[in-house]
Design a protein around this ligand. Structure first.
Ligand code: ZN
Length: 243
């Protein structure tokens, strides 16, 4: 009970601290807005944190399983940073919503995004949350494989963003599995992930292959895999902004 109360107090404390930080960032960005090629604010989320339990490839010290250490928080951050770096280099207004190495609660991530939506207008912001997938409990290598993207439930502007990503993913990963959910007529999978459900702007969550599949994890840890995933995000975002 005391732990629970401490957690709530921390969330509230964090919330106010982050609001102050965000206001500063927003003021700076509005002043330099006309330097960018597009008015759209591109927010990139990097799932989880160094303190998140699990979210890593199966690992056995005994050597019974091939040990390919993969930590999702770390990989997400590396990819997210490069996507932001590249977009800025190309003249777009991109920013990470989580600069911390620790996990930031989803409620606070959503507040950071929604603060930006309130100031700039929700149609002038997009959010892409970068993740890697898993289908087991981390005790062994699994067979689930492939790339997929999620949008919030219902037909929203996020669908259009996801469609561009799927189109590019098919081009970039023609020799790998792309996972579809055609049940509602869209190619994107739909789910109630907090970060895409509770943010006001068009938002998608990309699951970039499976870290508990040997072939997939080797691919996403390779230079070729990383470069393709970074380029997929950068090219898809730019195509969406120009469409
Ligand atoms: Zn994740």
């Amino acid at each position: 009970m005391i732990d629970f109360l401490k957690k709530i107090i921390n969330i509230i404390k964090n919330l106010f601290e982050k609001r102050d930080n965000n206001d500063l960032i927003i003021t700076e960005k509005i002043e330099s807005k006309n330097e960018f090629k597009s008015n759209m604010k591109i927010l990139i989320d990097n799932g989880h944190g160094v303190n998140t339990l699990g979210k890593r490839s199966p690992y056995s010290a005994s050597g019974a399983m091939p040990a390919i250490p993969f930590f999702e928080y770390k990989w997400n951050r590396e990819i997210a940073e490069k996507v932001v770096e590249k977009l800025i280099e190309l003249g777009y207004d991109a920013e990470l919503i989580v600069n911390e190495i620790e996990d930031i609660p989803l409620e606070i991530r959503a507040i950071r995004v929604n603060n930006m939506c309130d100031i700039l207008g929700k149609d002038n912001v997009i959010l892409i949350s970068i993740h890697s997938n898993a289908c087991g409990d981390g005790s062994k290598w699994e067979k689930g494989a492939g790339w997929e993207a999620y949008t919030s439930i219902g037909n929203t502007k996020s669908d259009k963003l996801a469609e561009v990503f799927y189109k590019k993913a098919k081009e970039f990963f023609s020799d790998r599995k792309i996972r579809y959910d055609w049940s509602d007529g869209d190619c994107d999978k739909e789910a109630s992930f907090y970060i895409i459900k509770h943010t006001k702007c068009p938002a998608i969550l990309t699951e970039n292959f499976f870290y508990d599949n040997i072939d997939d994890v080797q691919f996403i840890l390779s230079d070729e895999g990383r470069e393709k995933i970074i380029k997929l995000h950068v090219d898809s975002i730019i195509e969406y902004l120009n469409s």
